[in-house]
Design a binder for this molecule. Sequence first.
Ligand code: SF4
Ligand code: SF4
Ligand code: SF4
Length: 254
Amino acid sequence: MKKQPKPKVAFFDFTDCEGCQLQFANMGEVLLEIAELVDIVNFREIMSEQGEDYDIAFAEGSITTDNDVKRIKKIREKAKVVVALGACATLGGVNGMKNRTPLDVAKERVYADKADTVNTIKAMPVHEVVKVDYFIHGCPVYIPEVITVIKCILMSRPYVVPNYPVCAECKMNENVCLYEKEQECMGPVTRAGCNSWCINNGNRCYGCRGLVDNPAADAQKDILLKYGLKMDEILKHFTLYNDSLGDKYEQQLK
Ligand code: SF4
Ligand code: SF4
Ligand code: SF4
């Protein structure tokens, strides 16, 4: 039987810190196993070659300039599969904070008298510009989920991102709830899939995977009731990621 050619994979970064690609690069042996199944043709953090022929494109970072818009559209034209990698790409990420301020004010604050020379537009997740086939949330991405998504891509199956709160995973992991320790946590309204990574390691959830689709109806009601919490109050304290979709999230909470 004729051997099928391996799919070609390319990584592209837009406005971001490249921490999600770094997660990939740090996968060690697993990355070698993935490399058996695909040809990595473009990955600036681990190789110097830059192949322009690819089937699967991982797009990391938010879209914040006209040039970003042109680049991602070209990538979409070439790739059979586009994957949004990490919170910057799936939500707009921390870059989305600037969307709460009029653009000219934000530019002036950052670039002062050079503001007019800078080309920047509102921060957008990749799917606001082109069709995205797979979403890998997180800041940074959670490697076990990355591996699951890669398997789905290679088997041409959809990956359904969990649509229940981090609290569900946190309870399965038998963590003591942070509200019990008088600390705040975004878990009740944040989309699961990271296996409550931060809470397992002594931190709180900052909401890096975005909100569940309908937090007003689907959030972890027993946690909210037990600790007398309101979702909009939780969200008020955690704007790091959730400012990026500002008005949409406010609507979701009504
Ligand atoms: S999602 Fe977080 S870790 Fe990933 S590129 Fe953006 S800022 Fe960096
Ligand atoms: S609120 Fe935070 S600490 Fe408490 S159960 Fe939910 S995820 Fe865990
Ligand atoms: S626990 Fe919260 S902040 Fe941490 S990885 Fe999961 S969703 Fe992101």
